[in-house]
Design a binder for this molecule. Sequence first.
Ligand code: ACO
Length: 318
Amino acid sequence: MIYSRIAATGAYLPERVLTNAELEKLVDTTDEWIRTRTGIERRHIAAAGETTVDLAERAARRALDAAGVAPGEVDFIAFGTTTPDLIFPNCGVLLQERLGCYGVPAFSLETACSGFMYALSIADKYVRCGDAKRALVVGAETLSRITDWKDRATAVLFADGAGAVVLEPAAAPGVLSTHLHADGRHQELLYCGSGVSKGLSLSPAITMAGKEVFKIAVSKLGSVVDETLSANGLERGALDWLVPHQANIRIIQATATKLAMPMERVIVTVQDHGNTSAASVPLALDVGVRDGRIKRGDLLLLEAFGGGFTWGSALVRY
Ligand code: ACO
């Protein structure tokens, strides 16, 4: 039996840091409101001309370097993003060209904040069936490009960044299970209303009914963590680390409570990164791995919830 395991992680954040104090000058908000309602203190914003694939390439190279895999040896690229460089070629292919692993399958998928969870689930299956041996899984975003900087309800939340993992075959898991879901009935609560077929806007912007999204996010994340524990015969409290989507500290705390996990066992980066959508989980994972909290053999639960709605989780033995 072949399993997949995470060989290494990598991440990249743009240099420019935008603080809550600076946002106070852009919209009618306060540092205190942003901190208490969201947990966010600062976020990174891509430079003019810096694209999603630029961020992804740096994160991918860091992950490959840590895994000891040459870029040209990658044999599968799954790339989650809602903010692609172009309509086509897709970001997976653009990244492939940068890395020089020509000819291997490369694609991107747009499931908003769950983009990395979907990409990880697909890549895991390709590794497990023997069709991929050095798979690159990426989540990267330049959400600042679809943020309305005059809308205080969303401008304080979203940010840019990239994270990546290298998956390789292993005799023991690795990725123990992944769980993906979608429910299109609440599209109007969270969307970006610009698209090729419906008509492109020159200034596309995220629209969100925050309070409603919050309630559904807490409920769906609660059920997917239950589903993950139950699929693996685990009790609450059995995990070493929760690596959650970083949208709002209050959503993270609710999921930690559901799992009976103290906040000391949760990787929290929302204060420094804001909501980077598909990049958020691999960015948080990389922080936990590189600062030494997450160790080989630890049991991790990764989860995300986002526009669509889409949501998902993965149970991983690191
Ligand atoms: N600064 C100051 N006041 C604000 C701001 C702001 N930036 N934004 C809203 N307010 C005001 C509102 O106008 C409202 O005022 P009122 O009471 O006079 O009407 C008050 O603050 C409360 O607003 P709420 O929207 O009720 O605030 P809430 O506590 O729900 O927090 C938030 C809002 C942070 C958006 C929260 O609802 C949330 O995090 N929602 C979920 C976000 C999420 O998980 N998104 C999913 C993924 S995103 C993706 O897929 C791309």
